[in-house]
Design a protein around this ligand. Structure first.
Ligand code: PRP
Length: 174
């Protein structure tokens, strides 16, 4: 098993997420409800910390997606494995993702959620790797911009492991 080396430590992540939560709240009219849509599995930990930094009326839902041929093709085809439980119509919606890499997943997701007529649709990603982008996708809130390195932890996996690490790490040998 490769050894993870810390890239972004836990206190730095927590401080950044608190700032993001405050920034998000400032940008919505007070009293308005904010509906967060987290993308499984990677987004669960970011969502958990983000909502704990918010005092507005917040609701949340979860979606699971699967991409075809990831890393080998730019087809951008994405399949919905688990859809949302409730409608987005007339709600302030924020997509919560762990990472935007090629942007294909997010591009697809933004399209299908926009079609559900939310009052507003924004996106928050903990990590962004701009050098990997294949499609131009708009992300309203970015936690950290990183180099093209294989990262795990804080929700992100390697072969389904390491998601539980409380920090972002690079896998040595990757
Ligand atoms: C990761 C991540 C994003 C997507 C980003 O999910 O959570 O959804 O890849 O990549 P892209 O910008 O190149 O589309 P993954 O498919 O690894 O699933 P997981 O969250 O269950 O680990």
């Amino acid at each position: 098993m490769p050894m993870p080396t810390i890239l972004i430590d836990a206190p730095t992540i927590h401080e950044r997420i608190r700032a993001m939560a405050a920034e998000i709240e400032r940008e919505y009219p007070s009293g308005d409800e904010i509906h967060l849509v987290a993308v499984l599995k990677g987004g669960f930990m970011f969502l958990a910390d983000l909502v704990r930094g918010m005092s507005a009326d917040v609701t949340m839902d979860f979606m699971a997606l699967s991409s075809y041929g990831k890393g080998t093709t730019s087809s951008g085809q994405v399949r919905v494995l688990k859809d949302l439980d409730s409608s987005l119509e007339s709600r302030h919606v924020i997509i919560v993702e762990d990472i935007v890499d090629t942007g294909l997943t997010l591009h697809y997701l933004q399209d299908i959620l926009r079609a559900r007529a939310p009052k507003s649709l924004r996106t928050a990603c903990l990590l962004s790797k701009p050098s990997r982008r294949q499609v131009d996708v708009h992300v309203d809130y970015i936690g950290f911009t990183i180099e093209d390195r294989f990262v795990v932890g804080y929700g992100l996996d390697y072969a389904e492991k390491y998601r539980n690490l409380p920090y972002i790490a690079v896998l040595e040998g990757e």
